[in-house]
Ligand binder design. Structure first.
Ligand code: V4E
Length: 247
């Protein structure tokens, strides 16, 4: 059956001081400034992130798992890590190969926050059976051998316009990135959310087809090169193009 959790549709962008003026002109309201530490977990051979599953503990918020939104929608067959790199025609999971997914740069992830659902998903991906006493995520994390592979603080300015959220993030390792986000409950509501996001990006004067690396791409590139290489080669995260590599 379908796993619970809202679907976040988001488009990342690079921002300049002029972006803040544009946001105001478009009627976006500054809702506040927050600061939080995220610690991301995986097993030593990166089985979770290689399957595009992102488990984090956000300070003051708790455990969150971000995963592809269509996982578990059709059938209930679990695909253990390393069993597939691409979809077989008979694969009951509807997820298209990553590079064929879109003509736009927006991403969609389901955000799972219910502890029981997080543990179920983790066990599915890692091909493990949950223990009776794994009632909290902390216990499962320990028993599954999950370890922190990335930890950083984000300072975020949160804007809102209608049902779109705009976050301007600055990570403590020196990377700034913006995101326009819509949250939907059902997979069939994704196309409309994408339309709204793309329209807003055009109004902001952003080239919405340009895919900007997220904080994680930049973090792994800098601090975890082997993990970065594995995930870029698998097409899970975007490559970071540094100024010296530009044509
Ligand atoms: C999904 C994902 C990761 C987990 C969190 O990523 P992100 O949304 O960038 O973080 P943040 O702090 O903005 O979370 P929020 O507060 O919005 O919940 S880390 C890497 N990924 C995959 C990924 C991808 N493949 N492409 C892009 C553009 N972003 C993320």
């Amino acid at each position: 059956g379908q796993i619970s959790g809202a679907i976040e549709v988001e488009q990342k962008f690079l921002f300049a001081p002029s972006t803040i003026e544009k946001l105001a002109e478009l009627g976006a309201i500054l809702e506040g400034r927050v600061s939080f530490r995220d610690s991301y977990y995986d097993v030593p051979d990166w089985c979770l992130t290689r399957e595009d599953h992102w488990l984090r503990e956000r300070e003051g918020v708790g455990w969150e798992l971000k995963c592809p939104p269509d996982v578990g929608v059709v059938g209930s067959k679990e695909t253990p890590c390393a069993a597939k790199t691409d979809n077989h025609p008979s694969d009951p999971v509807l997820r298209p190969p990553r590079d064929k997914r879109s003509s736009h740069a927006a991403t969609q992830y389901r955000e799972v926050t219910c502890p029981q659902n997080i543990v179920t998903r983790l066990c599915g991906v890692l091909d493990r059976v949950p223990g009776q006493n794994w009632t909290c995520v902390n216990k499962a994390v320990e028993e599954l051998g999950l370890e922190v592979f990335a930890s950083f603080v984000t300072t975020r300015h949160k804007y809102r316009t209608g049902d779109l959220h705009v976050d301007l993030d600055e990570a403590d390792f020196g990377y700034a990135v913006g995101e326009v986000e819509a949250v939907v409950r059902r997979l069939e509501d994704v196309p409309e959310a994408l339309e709204k996001i793309q329209k807003f990006c055009r109004q902001l004067g952003l080239e919405e087809k340009t895919a900007i690396p997220g904080k994680m791409s930049v973090y792994l590139h800098r601090f975890r090169p082997a993990h970065y290489k594995a995930l870029t080669e698998a097409g899970i995260i975007r490559k970071v193009i540094s100024a010296t590599e530009m044509p």
